[in-house]
Design a protein around this ligand. Sequence first.
Ligand code: HEC
Length: 130
Amino acid sequence: MIKSAKLASSLLLLMGLALGQTVLAQDKTVSDGVFTAEQAAAGQAVYDAQCKTCHNMRFYRDTLRSWNNQPLLYLWESIMGTMPADNPGSLMFEEYTDVIAYILHEQGFPAGDTKLDPDNGMDQISIKSP
Ligand code: HEC
């Protein structure tokens, strides 16, 4: 009895989180010019040095597909926490941000005037399937 009450309340909590997340991620998408061309260029250097040995661009296409509609900040946090797999968290915040700009650029999303910034609005940008 106690167990199922607990389960019910965790389910409610999860549903609340899921709802909150959808509302949060409505504002913008990665199609709206959310990174600059400079960031994408800088990200290519990071990608070539730190990511290319283990992943190709097709992998990122699949990744963006599976993250469809999630806030871009979550992907940034996930990459920062786990990548490069042989040395997680070893890059600077800016390098993780640039590499995301490069990945988006390579998947055909446009650059714009605003810099991608994990401290500023990245939780409001949702990922779209390329
Ligand atoms: C030493 C090998 C290695 C390197 C270097 C590496 N990765 Fe990974 N990466 C992996 C493995 C292994 C996984 C998990 C298995 C999988 O999904 O293929 C993974 C998973 C991922 C995912 C999927 C995460 C998800 O939750 O969907 C992303 C995105 C990613 N890596 C990005 C990067 C980026 C960006 C870099 C460069 C900063 C990088 N990786 C460098 C091995 C590596």
